[in-house]
Write a protein that binds this ligand. Structure first.
Ligand code: GRG
Length: 348
Protein backbone atom coordinates (compact mmCIF):
# COMPACT_ATOMS: atom_id res chain seq x y z
CA UNK A 1 0.00 0.00 0.00
CA UNK A 2 1.42 3.38 -0.96
CA UNK A 3 -0.39 5.27 1.70
CA UNK A 4 -3.11 4.18 4.06
CA UNK A 5 -5.36 6.94 2.70
CA UNK A 6 -5.36 5.49 -0.76
CA UNK A 7 -7.07 2.22 -0.26
CA UNK A 8 -10.75 2.97 -0.48
CA UNK A 9 -12.30 5.81 -2.33
CA UNK A 10 -15.88 5.41 -1.33
CA UNK A 11 -16.27 2.31 -3.48
CA UNK A 12 -19.35 0.38 -2.52
CA UNK A 13 -17.64 -2.82 -1.63
CA UNK A 14 -18.55 -5.19 1.15
CA UNK A 15 -16.27 -3.38 3.50
CA UNK A 16 -17.47 0.18 3.05
CA UNK A 17 -20.03 1.85 5.24
CA UNK A 18 -22.72 4.15 3.90
CA UNK A 19 -20.89 7.09 5.37
CA UNK A 20 -17.75 6.13 3.45
CA UNK A 21 -19.69 5.49 0.28
CA UNK A 22 -20.85 9.04 -0.03
CA UNK A 23 -18.15 10.64 2.00
CA UNK A 24 -20.61 11.67 4.68
CA UNK A 25 -19.36 13.28 7.85
CA UNK A 26 -18.10 10.95 10.50
CA UNK A 27 -19.46 11.07 14.00
CA UNK A 28 -16.30 12.70 15.29
CA UNK A 29 -17.16 16.28 16.24
CA UNK A 30 -13.59 17.36 15.58
CA UNK A 31 -13.67 15.99 12.05
CA UNK A 32 -12.18 18.61 9.70
CA UNK A 33 -14.03 17.21 6.71
CA UNK A 34 -16.32 19.76 5.05
CA UNK A 35 -20.02 18.96 5.21
CA UNK A 36 -21.26 16.76 2.42
CA UNK A 37 -24.62 16.30 0.75
CA UNK A 38 -26.98 15.00 3.43
CA UNK A 39 -26.46 11.28 3.29
CA UNK A 40 -30.04 10.16 3.09
CA UNK A 41 -30.76 12.48 0.16
CA UNK A 42 -27.94 10.94 -1.87
CA UNK A 43 -28.97 7.48 -0.79
CA UNK A 44 -32.52 8.23 -1.96
CA UNK A 45 -31.32 9.53 -5.30
CA UNK A 46 -29.06 6.53 -5.73
CA UNK A 47 -31.88 4.12 -4.96
CA UNK A 48 -34.18 5.96 -7.33
CA UNK A 49 -31.55 5.58 -10.05
CA UNK A 50 -30.95 1.92 -9.34
CA UNK A 51 -34.67 1.14 -9.26
CA UNK A 52 -35.07 2.85 -12.59
CA UNK A 53 -32.10 1.00 -14.11
CA UNK A 54 -33.66 -2.22 -12.77
CA UNK A 55 -36.93 -1.23 -14.44
CA UNK A 56 -35.22 -0.58 -17.79
CA UNK A 57 -33.37 -3.88 -17.57
CA UNK A 58 -36.26 -6.01 -16.36
CA UNK A 59 -35.86 -8.32 -19.37
CA UNK A 60 -37.72 -11.59 -19.49
CA UNK A 61 -38.95 -13.24 -16.30
CA UNK A 62 -36.97 -16.31 -17.30
CA UNK A 63 -34.02 -16.72 -14.95
CA UNK A 64 -32.23 -18.45 -17.81
CA UNK A 65 -32.21 -15.14 -19.69
CA UNK A 66 -28.45 -14.90 -19.33
CA UNK A 67 -28.18 -11.78 -21.42
CA UNK A 68 -30.48 -9.79 -19.14
CA UNK A 69 -28.74 -11.20 -16.08
CA UNK A 70 -25.37 -10.13 -17.47
CA UNK A 71 -26.64 -6.63 -18.31
CA UNK A 72 -28.05 -6.29 -14.81
CA UNK A 73 -24.86 -7.61 -13.24
CA UNK A 74 -22.86 -5.05 -15.21
CA UNK A 75 -25.15 -2.12 -14.48
CA UNK A 76 -26.36 -2.84 -10.95
CA UNK A 77 -23.17 -4.00 -9.22
CA UNK A 78 -21.95 -2.02 -6.22
CA UNK A 79 -20.75 1.12 -8.04
CA UNK A 80 -20.75 4.66 -6.73
CA UNK A 81 -23.11 5.98 -9.47
CA UNK A 82 -20.85 8.99 -9.65
CA UNK A 83 -21.75 10.05 -13.19
CA UNK A 84 -25.55 9.86 -12.97
CA UNK A 85 -25.55 11.51 -9.53
CA UNK A 86 -23.37 14.27 -10.91
CA UNK A 87 -25.83 14.79 -13.76
CA UNK A 88 -28.79 15.01 -11.42
CA UNK A 89 -27.09 17.26 -8.86
CA UNK A 90 -25.72 19.67 -11.48
CA UNK A 91 -29.20 19.86 -13.03
CA UNK A 92 -30.67 20.68 -9.63
CA UNK A 93 -28.04 23.34 -9.05
CA UNK A 94 -29.08 24.82 -12.39
CA UNK A 95 -32.67 24.92 -11.16
CA UNK A 96 -33.87 22.10 -13.40
CA UNK A 97 -36.21 19.42 -12.11
CA UNK A 98 -37.25 17.77 -15.37
CA UNK A 99 -38.91 14.41 -14.71
CA UNK A 100 -36.67 13.00 -17.47
CA UNK A 101 -33.46 13.57 -15.50
CA UNK A 102 -33.48 10.14 -13.88
CA UNK A 103 -33.80 8.36 -17.21
CA UNK A 104 -31.04 10.37 -18.84
CA UNK A 105 -28.85 9.72 -15.79
CA UNK A 106 -29.61 5.98 -16.07
CA UNK A 107 -28.46 6.09 -19.68
CA UNK A 108 -25.11 7.59 -18.66
CA UNK A 109 -24.66 4.89 -16.02
CA UNK A 110 -25.44 2.20 -18.59
CA UNK A 111 -22.74 3.56 -20.88
CA UNK A 112 -20.30 3.53 -17.97
CA UNK A 113 -21.31 -0.07 -17.13
CA UNK A 114 -20.79 -1.13 -20.76
CA UNK A 115 -17.33 0.45 -20.74
CA UNK A 116 -16.38 -1.42 -17.56
CA UNK A 117 -17.55 -4.76 -18.98
CA UNK A 118 -15.44 -4.23 -22.09
CA UNK A 119 -12.47 -2.83 -20.19
CA UNK A 120 -12.37 -5.96 -18.02
CA UNK A 121 -12.34 -8.41 -20.96
CA UNK A 122 -9.27 -10.64 -21.47
CA UNK A 123 -8.35 -8.77 -24.68
CA UNK A 124 -8.28 -5.48 -22.74
CA UNK A 125 -7.40 -5.29 -19.02
CA UNK A 126 -8.11 -8.97 -18.35
CA UNK A 127 -9.61 -8.27 -14.93
CA UNK A 128 -11.20 -10.90 -12.73
CA UNK A 129 -12.76 -8.75 -10.04
CA UNK A 130 -14.91 -5.64 -10.29
CA UNK A 131 -16.99 -4.00 -7.56
CA UNK A 132 -16.15 -6.91 -5.26
CA UNK A 133 -17.52 -9.57 -7.63
CA UNK A 134 -16.19 -11.64 -10.53
CA UNK A 135 -16.24 -9.56 -13.71
CA UNK A 136 -19.11 -10.03 -16.14
CA UNK A 137 -17.12 -12.19 -18.59
CA UNK A 138 -15.93 -14.39 -15.71
CA UNK A 139 -19.53 -14.88 -14.57
CA UNK A 140 -21.21 -15.23 -17.95
CA UNK A 141 -18.53 -15.91 -20.55
CA UNK A 142 -16.89 -13.56 -23.04
CA UNK A 143 -19.56 -13.91 -25.70
CA UNK A 144 -22.37 -12.93 -23.32
CA UNK A 145 -20.26 -10.11 -21.85
CA UNK A 146 -19.73 -8.50 -25.27
CA UNK A 147 -23.43 -8.81 -26.07
CA UNK A 148 -24.38 -7.39 -22.66
CA UNK A 149 -22.15 -4.35 -23.25
CA UNK A 150 -23.72 -3.75 -26.67
CA UNK A 151 -27.17 -4.29 -25.17
CA UNK A 152 -26.49 -1.67 -22.47
CA UNK A 153 -25.17 0.82 -25.00
CA UNK A 154 -28.14 0.50 -27.33
CA UNK A 155 -30.53 0.66 -24.41
CA UNK A 156 -28.86 3.86 -23.23
CA UNK A 157 -29.47 5.56 -26.58
CA UNK A 158 -33.03 4.26 -26.67
CA UNK A 159 -33.78 5.68 -23.24
CA UNK A 160 -32.52 9.15 -24.15
CA UNK A 161 -34.33 9.11 -27.48
CA UNK A 162 -37.59 8.20 -25.73
CA UNK A 163 -37.39 10.69 -22.84
CA UNK A 164 -40.59 12.39 -23.91
CA UNK A 165 -40.57 15.02 -21.16
CA UNK A 166 -37.69 16.61 -23.10
CA UNK A 167 -38.48 18.42 -26.37
CA UNK A 168 -37.46 16.36 -29.41
CA UNK A 169 -34.81 18.83 -30.61
CA UNK A 170 -33.09 18.73 -27.22
CA UNK A 171 -33.27 14.95 -27.13
CA UNK A 172 -31.51 14.88 -30.50
CA UNK A 173 -28.75 17.08 -29.04
CA UNK A 174 -28.40 14.70 -26.09
CA UNK A 175 -28.16 11.67 -28.36
CA UNK A 176 -25.50 13.39 -30.48
CA UNK A 177 -23.53 14.39 -27.36
CA UNK A 178 -23.61 10.84 -26.00
CA UNK A 179 -22.52 9.43 -29.35
CA UNK A 180 -19.53 11.83 -29.56
CA UNK A 181 -18.55 10.90 -26.03
CA UNK A 182 -18.47 7.17 -26.66
CA UNK A 183 -17.12 7.04 -30.18
CA UNK A 184 -13.76 7.21 -31.86
CA UNK A 185 -13.12 10.72 -30.55
CA UNK A 186 -14.12 9.79 -26.98
CA UNK A 187 -14.07 6.67 -24.80
CA UNK A 188 -13.21 4.32 -27.64
CA UNK A 189 -10.24 6.45 -28.64
CA UNK A 190 -9.11 6.74 -25.01
CA UNK A 191 -9.19 2.99 -24.61
CA UNK A 192 -7.37 2.49 -27.90
CA UNK A 193 -4.60 4.86 -26.80
CA UNK A 194 -4.44 3.13 -23.45
CA UNK A 195 -3.94 -0.24 -25.12
CA UNK A 196 -1.87 0.75 -28.12
CA UNK A 197 -0.34 4.12 -27.23
CA UNK A 198 3.02 2.58 -26.31
CA UNK A 199 5.45 4.75 -24.36
CA UNK A 200 3.61 7.97 -23.57
CA UNK A 201 4.74 11.28 -22.13
CA UNK A 202 2.89 12.74 -19.15
CA UNK A 203 1.08 15.05 -21.60
CA UNK A 204 0.01 12.10 -23.78
CA UNK A 205 -1.22 10.25 -20.71
CA UNK A 206 -3.28 13.27 -19.71
CA UNK A 207 -4.97 13.15 -23.14
CA UNK A 208 -5.67 9.42 -22.76
CA UNK A 209 -7.03 9.95 -19.25
CA UNK A 210 -9.28 12.74 -20.41
CA UNK A 211 -10.72 10.51 -23.14
CA UNK A 212 -10.99 7.41 -20.95
CA UNK A 213 -12.37 9.02 -17.83
CA UNK A 214 -12.95 12.77 -18.19
CA UNK A 215 -15.35 12.68 -21.11
CA UNK A 216 -17.96 10.58 -19.34
CA UNK A 217 -17.98 12.98 -16.39
CA UNK A 218 -18.01 15.75 -19.01
CA UNK A 219 -21.07 14.34 -20.74
CA UNK A 220 -22.91 14.07 -17.42
CA UNK A 221 -22.58 17.82 -16.83
CA UNK A 222 -23.08 18.64 -20.53
CA UNK A 223 -26.35 16.75 -20.57
CA UNK A 224 -27.49 18.48 -17.38
CA UNK A 225 -26.62 21.84 -18.98
CA UNK A 226 -28.44 20.94 -22.21
CA UNK A 227 -31.59 19.81 -20.40
CA UNK A 228 -31.50 22.91 -18.17
CA UNK A 229 -30.87 25.08 -21.26
CA UNK A 230 -28.17 26.95 -19.43
CA UNK A 231 -26.05 29.61 -21.14
CA UNK A 232 -22.86 28.68 -23.00
CA UNK A 233 -20.54 30.29 -20.46
CA UNK A 234 -21.92 28.28 -17.56
CA UNK A 235 -21.89 25.11 -19.68
CA UNK A 236 -18.21 25.69 -20.58
CA UNK A 237 -17.25 26.18 -16.91
CA UNK A 238 -19.14 23.04 -15.95
CA UNK A 239 -17.33 21.07 -18.63
CA UNK A 240 -13.95 22.42 -17.46
CA UNK A 241 -14.90 21.44 -13.91
CA UNK A 242 -15.81 17.89 -14.98
CA UNK A 243 -12.60 17.41 -16.97
CA UNK A 244 -10.46 18.63 -14.07
CA UNK A 245 -12.35 16.35 -11.67
CA UNK A 246 -11.86 13.51 -14.20
CA UNK A 247 -8.09 13.99 -14.18
CA UNK A 248 -8.06 13.99 -10.37
CA UNK A 249 -10.26 10.93 -10.28
CA UNK A 250 -8.13 8.97 -12.78
CA UNK A 251 -4.93 9.69 -10.83
CA UNK A 252 -6.63 8.48 -7.69
CA UNK A 253 -7.83 5.38 -9.55
CA UNK A 254 -4.19 4.75 -10.56
CA UNK A 255 -3.13 4.98 -6.90
CA UNK A 256 -5.76 2.39 -6.11
CA UNK A 257 -4.06 -0.05 -8.47
CA UNK A 258 -0.97 -0.22 -6.27
CA UNK A 259 -0.22 -3.95 -5.79
CA UNK A 260 0.10 -3.36 -2.05
CA UNK A 261 -3.59 -2.49 -1.86
CA UNK A 262 -5.99 -5.25 -0.92
CA UNK A 263 -8.45 -6.07 -3.70
CA UNK A 264 -10.92 -7.23 -1.05
CA UNK A 265 -11.04 -3.57 -0.05
CA UNK A 266 -10.74 -1.88 -3.46
CA UNK A 267 -13.24 -4.33 -4.94
CA UNK A 268 -11.11 -4.87 -8.05
CA UNK A 269 -7.84 -6.40 -9.15
CA UNK A 270 -4.76 -4.46 -8.20
CA UNK A 271 -1.38 -4.38 -9.92
CA UNK A 272 -2.97 -4.33 -13.40
CA UNK A 273 -1.07 -1.15 -14.31
CA UNK A 274 2.42 -2.53 -13.66
CA UNK A 275 4.54 -1.54 -16.64
CA UNK A 276 1.71 0.51 -18.14
CA UNK A 277 1.96 4.16 -19.10
CA UNK A 278 -0.02 5.65 -16.23
CA UNK A 279 0.69 9.09 -14.83
CA UNK A 280 1.79 7.61 -11.49
CA UNK A 281 4.24 5.24 -13.21
CA UNK A 282 5.56 8.04 -15.40
CA UNK A 283 6.00 10.97 -13.01
CA UNK A 284 6.12 9.14 -9.67
CA UNK A 285 3.83 9.17 -6.68
CA UNK A 286 4.72 12.59 -5.24
CA UNK A 287 4.38 14.45 -8.51
CA UNK A 288 1.15 12.58 -9.31
CA UNK A 289 -0.21 13.57 -5.93
CA UNK A 290 0.73 17.22 -6.60
CA UNK A 291 -1.05 17.08 -9.94
CA UNK A 292 -4.09 15.52 -8.34
CA UNK A 293 -4.22 18.43 -5.87
CA UNK A 294 -3.83 20.91 -8.74
CA UNK A 295 -6.69 19.33 -10.70
CA UNK A 296 -8.92 19.52 -7.65
CA UNK A 297 -8.11 23.22 -7.28
CA UNK A 298 -8.98 23.74 -10.95
CA UNK A 299 -12.20 21.80 -10.45
CA UNK A 300 -13.15 24.05 -7.54
CA UNK A 301 -12.40 27.21 -9.54
CA UNK A 302 -14.49 26.14 -12.53
CA UNK A 303 -17.33 24.94 -10.35
CA UNK A 304 -17.42 28.29 -8.57
CA UNK A 305 -17.48 30.09 -11.91
CA UNK A 306 -20.38 27.91 -13.06
CA UNK A 307 -22.55 27.65 -10.00
CA UNK A 308 -21.36 30.21 -7.46
CA UNK A 309 -22.51 29.17 -4.01
CA UNK A 310 -25.09 26.62 -5.12
CA UNK A 311 -24.18 23.55 -3.25
CA UNK A 312 -25.41 20.08 -4.27
CA UNK A 313 -22.58 19.42 -6.71
CA UNK A 314 -19.92 20.91 -4.45
CA UNK A 315 -20.90 18.80 -1.51
CA UNK A 316 -21.10 15.68 -3.61
CA UNK A 317 -17.63 16.15 -5.13
CA UNK A 318 -16.13 17.01 -1.74
CA UNK A 319 -17.66 13.79 -0.49
CA UNK A 320 -16.07 11.75 -3.28
CA UNK A 321 -12.63 13.03 -2.33
CA UNK A 322 -13.20 13.22 1.42
CA UNK A 323 -11.07 10.24 2.29
CA UNK A 324 -8.01 11.33 0.37
CA UNK A 325 -8.55 15.08 0.74
CA UNK A 326 -10.28 15.52 4.08
CA UNK A 327 -9.56 19.26 4.07
CA UNK A 328 -10.88 19.80 0.54
CA UNK A 329 -12.88 23.01 0.53
CA UNK A 330 -15.08 22.44 -2.47
CA UNK A 331 -17.96 23.07 -0.15
CA UNK A 332 -18.63 26.63 0.98
CA UNK A 333 -18.81 27.39 4.69
CA UNK A 334 -21.55 25.30 6.27
CA UNK A 335 -24.90 26.94 6.94
CA UNK A 336 -26.14 24.34 9.32
CA UNK A 337 -29.67 24.33 10.58
CA UNK A 338 -30.69 22.67 13.78
CA UNK A 339 -30.68 18.92 13.16
CA UNK A 340 -28.33 19.50 10.17
CA UNK A 341 -28.45 15.98 8.75
CA UNK A 342 -32.11 16.44 7.99
CA UNK A 343 -31.63 19.43 5.68
CA UNK A 344 -33.28 18.58 2.40
CA UNK A 345 -31.81 19.12 -1.04
CA UNK A 346 -34.63 21.45 -1.88
CA UNK A 347 -33.65 23.84 0.89
CA UNK A 348 -30.25 24.75 -0.62
C1 GRG B 1 -18.14 1.33 -26.18
C2 GRG B 1 -18.81 2.22 -23.88
C3 GRG B 1 -17.75 1.77 -24.81
C4 GRG B 1 -16.47 1.77 -24.40
C5 GRG B 1 -15.36 1.25 -25.21
C6 GRG B 1 -13.62 -0.15 -23.03
C7 GRG B 1 -13.66 1.31 -23.34
C8 GRG B 1 -14.00 1.76 -24.70
C9 GRG B 1 -13.36 2.24 -22.42
C10 GRG B 1 -13.00 1.93 -21.03
C11 GRG B 1 -12.88 3.18 -20.26
C12 GRG B 1 -12.67 2.92 -18.78
C13 GRG B 1 -13.26 1.72 -18.16
C14 GRG B 1 -11.99 3.80 -18.07
C15 GRG B 1 -11.77 3.70 -16.61
C16 GRG B 1 -12.59 4.76 -15.94
C17 GRG B 1 -12.67 4.56 -14.46
C18 GRG B 1 -11.74 5.32 -13.60
C19 GRG B 1 -13.59 3.71 -13.96
C20 GRG B 1 -13.89 3.53 -12.54
O1 GRG B 1 -15.02 4.32 -12.28
P1 GRG B 1 -15.74 4.33 -10.85
O2 GRG B 1 -14.73 4.35 -9.77
O3 GRG B 1 -16.42 2.90 -10.86
O4 GRG B 1 -16.77 5.40 -10.88
P2 GRG B 1 -17.76 2.44 -10.10
O5 GRG B 1 -17.55 0.96 -9.93
O6 GRG B 1 -17.88 3.17 -8.78
O7 GRG B 1 -18.89 2.75 -11.03
Amino acid sequence: MINGNFINFGKRTRMTTQTQRFGGRGTNEHDETPPQEPLYELELLRRQLEDRIGHHLAGSPDQADLLTLAMRAGALGAGKRMRPLLLMLVARDLGCDSPALTDVACAVEMVHAASLILDDMPCMDNAMLRRGKPTVHVQFGEDVAILAAIGLLSRAFGIVAQARAIPAAIRAQLVAKLSETIGDQGLVKGQFLDLHGGQQSAADIAVTNELKTGVLLGVAVDMAAIIAQTDDCVAASLRAFALAAGHAFQIRDDFQDDPGNDSAVTGKDTGKDLGKATLVNTVGFDEARRRLDGHLMDAERHLSAALGGRGHTRRFVSGLFAQTHPGLRLAPAPQRQAGGAGVSLASH
